[in-house]
Design a protein around this ligand. Structure first.
Ligand code: NAP
Length: 349
C-alpha cells in the first residue's frame, strides 16, 4: 500500500483526498516523485470504503474518525473550513505538521500564512500549530509583488479576478457543465444554481465567497489579508474585485500595481522572467497572451500583457493565468510541507 522510500520519509494523511484539490495533491505527489512512508486518503463518511488512485494503485479511503493523527508526520487539510476548524488543531496537538488549504485560520495571527518563495523563512522553526497555505490568488500574486517591491517599491495594488468553476471543487465544475449543456439544448430551461447563484453557465458572477457588511466578498478580504501578511506589509493599499466566470478550470487576473518609482518595461519583463515559478509570455505584437486553455505548464504562473502606463511610469498592468489547483494550491502546500519537515528532520524529497 505505502510507497516506502526511506525511513525518514513522512507518513502523510490527506484529508479531502477525493475532492478537486485533494486529487491534485495526489497527482502532484506522484508527478514530483515525492518520498513518503505512507499516505492515508481521507474523505467524508459517504466516501469511506471507496478506493481512490495513488501512484497508479487503488487505495482505500477512510473517514476522519478512523484516522490516528498521532501516527502521522504531515496532515494536509483540503476538505473545507468546517473540517479544518474541527480537526486541524487536534491533529497538530498530536505532533503532526498540519498544513491547511481552507483559509479557516488566515485571520488568526498565531497561524502563519505562507507562500514559501516569499516568506518561507517562517518555517525554519517548526510551527507549533497549523500552517495556512495562502489562497490561489495570493499564491500567484505575491511572488510577483515581492520582486517588484525589491526593485521599485509597491505603493498600491488593484486586482480583478476571473475565477474558474473548479475553485468550488468538483461540484462547481459539474454544475457549470450541466447548466451549459441544458442551456444549449433549451435556452428557456432553468439551469442548476446550487453552488453558484445565480447560475454560472453563460454568466459572469461578481461575487466569490460571502458578501461582507462592508460590501466586499470573502475572497476579496482573504486576498487583501493574505497579501499583507505574506509580504509583511500590514498597511499595503491592496484592493480587489473577484469575479467567477464560466470557465471550468484555471484562474486569471488583471493586476494594476503602482510602484514607488518609475518602471522600465524591459527591466520589469526581465525581472518577472527571472522568477522561478513564472513564465512570461512576451513576444512583442505577435505574442498571444496566456489563457486558461492555452497557458501551458500547470505548475507555473503565466504572465502576459505587461505594460507600463504611458501617462504614469510608476503604473504597471499585468495579466496572470494559472492553474488554481496545481500552481495556485497543491504545489504551495507541498512546498510548505517540504520546508517545514526538513526543519524537523523528516524530509519530503
Ligand atoms: N478548488 C480550488 O481551487 C481550491 C484551491 C485552494 C484551496 N481550496 C480549498 O480546499 C478545500 C477543498 O476544496 P475542493 O475544491 O477540493 O472541494 P471539493 O472538490 O468539494 O472536495 C471536498 C473534499 O472534502 C471532503 N470532505 C467534505 N466533508 C468532509 C468531512 N466532513 N470529513 C472529511 N472529508 C470531507 C470531500 O469528501 P467526499 O468526496 O467524500 O465528499 C472531498 O474529498 C476547500 O477548503 C477549498 O477552499 C480549494
Amino acid at each position: 500500500m505505502a510507497h516506502v522510500t526511506r525511513d525518514a520519509a513522512p507518513r502523510i494523511v490527506l484529508v479531502g483526498a477525493t475532492g478537486a484539490l485533494g486529487s491534485a495533491v495526489v497527482e502532484l505527489i506522484g508527478d514530483l516523485g515525492m518520498a513518503y512512508r505512507d499516505v492515508q486518503l481521507v474523505a467524508s463518511a459517504g466516501s469511506a470504503g471507496r478506493r481512490a488512485p495513488l501512484r497508479g494503485r487503488l487505495q482505500p479511503v477512510v473517514g476522519l474518525e478512523d484516522v490516528d493523527f498521532g501516527a502521522a508526520d504531515l496532515v494536509l487539510f483540503c476538505a473545507g473550513e468546517a473540517v479544518s476548524r474541527r480537526w486541524a488543531h487536534a491533529a497538530s496537538a498530536q505532533g503532526a505538521l498540519v498544513v491547511d488549504a481552507s483559509g479557516a485560520f488566515g485571520a488568526d495571527p498565531a497561524t502563519p500564512v505562507v507562500v514559501p518563495q516569499v516568506n518561507g523563512h517562517l518555517l525554519h522553526r517548526r510551527p507549533s500549530g497549523p500552517v495556512a497555505g495562502a489562497g490561489p490568488l495570493t499564491v500567484a500574486l505575491v511572488p510577483l509583488l515581492h520582486g517588484i517591491e525589491h526593485r521599485w517599491g509597491v505603493r498600491q495594488v488593484v486586482l480583478s479576478s476571473y475565477q474558474a468553476a473548479s475553485g468550488l471543487g468538483h461540484q462547481g465544475v459539474e454544475e457549470l457543465l450541466e447548466g451549459t449543456e441544458l442551456a444549449l439544448h433549451d435556452p428557456d430551461a432553468e439551469p442548476p444554481a446550487d453552488r453558484f447563484r445565480p447560475a454560472l453557465a453563460f454568466n459572469v458572477l461578481p461575487l466569490v465567497g460571502q458578501l461582507l457588511p462592508d460590501g466586499s466578498s470573502g475572497e476579496e478580504r482573504r486576498l487583501v489579508q493574505e497579501t499583507r501578511r505574506v509580504l509583511d506589509r500590514p498597511h499595503l493599499d491592496v484592493t480587489a474585485t473577484c469575479v467567477r466566470v464560466p470557465v471550468a478550470h484555471g484562474h486569471a487576473a488583471a493586476v494594476y500595481v503602482e510602484a514607488e518609482s518609475p518602471v522600465v518595461r524591459g527591466e520589469l519583463t526581465e525581472l518577472l522572467a527571472s522568477l522561478p515559478a513564472v513564465v512570461v509570455h512576451d513576444g512583442g505584437c505577435t505574442a498571444a497572451p496566456p489563457t486558461p486553455l492555452t497557458a501551458g505548464d500547470p505548475d507555473r504562473v503565466h504572465v502576459g500583457r505587461i505594460r507600463v502606463t504611458p501617462h504614469n511610469p510608476r503604473g504597471i498592468w499585468l495579466w496572470l493565468v494559472f492553474d488554481n489547483l496545481r500552481a495556485g494550491a497543491a504545489l504551495n502546500l507541498l512546498r510548505i510541507a517540504r520546508i517545514a519537515l526538513a526543519g524537523a528532520g523528516a524530509g519530503v524529497g
